[in-house]
Ligand binder design. Sequence first.
Ligand SMILES: Cc1cc2nc3c(=O)[nH]c(=O)nc-3n(C[C@H](O)[C@H](O)[C@H](O)COP(=O)(O)O)c2cc1C
Length: 191
Amino acid sequence: MELLQPIVQRRAARAFSGQAVPREILDKLATAAVLAPSCANAQPWRFVTATGSALEELKKALSDGNYWGKKAGAITAVVTHPDWDARLDHSRDYAFFDTGMATMNYQLQAIHEGLLAHVIAGFDVVKAKAALNIPENAVLLALILLGYEGSAEHLNERHKASEKAERSRKPLDEVFAYDAWKTELLPKAKE
Ligand SMILES: Cc1cc2nc3c(=O)[nH]c(=O)nc-3n(C[C@H](O)[C@H](O)[C@H](O)COP(=O)(O)O)c2cc1C
């Protein structure tokens, strides 16, 4: 269980304190991210971390539902492009896969440093790219909101409850199999 600790501890928490994240800590997260494996060592990930005035500009791109992100102490944009990594037969485009692995390293190091780290897709891509000067053809996949834990007072009731709620996961039986595929692995039709 000890090995799982940072993995268990990481969760999509929203109660940021508003305190800035020091540059030397952000540098450590970057070092962890780039140690991820990638297909033929293509390293297709690119990260742009917003601090200072860029952070304030980037926060204007957050969706209404992600209002809580206004208190993030830094935000890292996760960028890639399918052409920046191997594109093999049978839909095996590795840029997104490899960038996801680097993003997980980044988050786990953030947890180790005593931060909260919450990945989001809910933002205006055009505004976010403009805030950070990210080229139009690059894919801005996600933002990683970073910060220290603070009071949950500014959260709505649903988000307050979710801070300490039980983790919600599909049963292992629906996502893992041994030796052969089984029908339970097919996603269930949405109700
Ligand atoms: C690609 C991606 C996009 C997400 N977008 C949002 C978002 O816009 N807003 C939000 O509150 N949470 C977002 N989340 C967080 C997920 O809702 C959360 O990870 C999931 O419910 C599981 O909870 P856990 O991370 O605490 O285990 C996103 C997560 C990922 C990986």
